[in-house]
Design a protein around this ligand. Structure first.
Ligand code: SF4
Ligand code: SF4
Length: 346
């Protein structure tokens, strides 16, 4: 790790002792294609009413550049997320891009709206042992689905979940989950949603909604800490520009271009070091993108075993994990948290 503590932008009176940073990130979010078949009102990119918002960020990550990135990071075996603000099943060369990750021995997680999950794709995801597939549903009724995702075909999305489960059969992977982002239009359905899917899928993810630079409804502790995200995750937009955070849809917190400099150089580079310095020395006002954010609390979590589920709850996220299906929750999917089976053994 390069020592930035004597850089000219460091205030020596603060006696900054930089935290350890890994040579390469534990998690890489790759924006293979900012392209989507839905227009969810909650979506920072596709929910915007003005088309020029989408024009600014839509695009496809060059396949050869994507391979170069994977070649570079594979020694650290990071968890790769295959999409940022896009539906992964719509990315060009989808199968090649999935194979590129799996052939290099890395884990791959996908979040999909499920509407394009054909039998062929479902078989492919099982055959490739994609590590996790989460279906973003956000509703227990088609009325709520219409409000949060702009479509009514809940049956079709639910059928996609069952299709993938059927193709997986008794195989361990993918780990299959459904997700629910709480908002005004669906909050009354949260309980029904958890009841609906609790014994069906491996995991339910419930999250607060990100809007206006922060997550709604977080009531964690007041005293702030450096955000864990900036020590774990590198976000790569389809232009090769790297950002400090997956919430940065519009590339306001960039730290370099991996096409030009490579992932390791950007991850350990001066721009990213400065962001970490400001976090570590409590100068959040110097990182305008992070200043209003409250997601640094996401790693304060509690656990409970109830109704056949291991429930992991933080101010931002709650995971309901089916205890019968914990074995496929392997280390690189755990987001740096304790192994779930170890928790149950306590
Ligand atoms: S499916 Fe995802 S990427 Fe597409 S509009 Fe909805 S939230 Fe945005
Ligand atoms: S503080 Fe918020 S905006 Fe900044 S990196 Fe963490 S999650 Fe992202």
């Amino acid at each position: 790790m390069k020592d930035w503590s004597k850089a000219e932008w460091v205030d020596q009176s603060l006696n900054w002792k930089p935290r350890e940073v890994t040579k390469l990130p534990e998690r890489v979010i790759m924006d293979h294609a900012t392209k989507c078949n839905l227009r969810c009102p909650m979506c920072q990119v596709w929910g915007a009413e003005e088309n020029d918002v989408q024009e600014k960020v839509k695009g496809v990550l060059n396949l050869e550049e994507s391979r170069r990135i994977l070649d570079e990071v594979m020694s650290a075996k990071p968890l790769i997320h295959g999409a940022l603000y896009g539906e992964p099943l719509l990315m060009p060369d989808f199968k090649e891009r999935v194979r590129d990750v799996k052939e290099r021995g890395m884990s791959l997680a996908l979040n999909t709206n499920g509407l394009r999950l054909t039998n062929d794709y479902a078989e492919f995801l099982v055959e490739q042992e994609v590590d996790a597939v989460f279906f973003s549903i956000d509703a227990a009724s088609k009325e709520a689905l219409l409000e949060v995702r702009g479509v009514e075909n809940l049956d079709k999305i639910e059928a996609a979940v069952y299709r993938l489960m059927e193709k997986r059969g008794d195989e361990p992977l993918p780990r299959i989950g459904v997700s629910f982002a709480i908002q005004d239009a669906n909050e009354d359905e949260l309980e029904a949603f958890v009841e609906r899917w609790g014994t069906v899928v491996d995991c339910i993810r419930v999250s607060q909604l990100y809007e206006n630079g922060k997550f709604r409804g977080l009531s964690g502790r007041e005293e702030r800490e450096p955000c864990p995200v900036i020590y774990q995750t590198l976000v790569i937009h389809n232009t090769g520009e790297a950002s400090i955070c997956c919430n940065d849809a519009f590339r306001q917190a960039l730290v370099g271009n991996v096409f030009e400099r490579g992932a390791e150089d950007v991850w350990n580079g001066e721009e990213f070091a400065k962001i970490r310095y400001y976090h570590e020395t409590n100068q959040y006002d110097k990182v305008p993108f992070c200043e209003p954010c409250n997601a640094w609390q996401q790693f304060d979590y509690e656990e409970e075993v109830k109704d056949g589920m291991l429930i992991r709850r933080s101010p931002q996220l709650t995971y309901y994990n089916n205890i019968e299906r914990l074995d496929n929750w392997h280390e690189s999917l755990s987001g740096g948290h304790e192994n779930p089976n170890a928790i149950l053994e306590k």
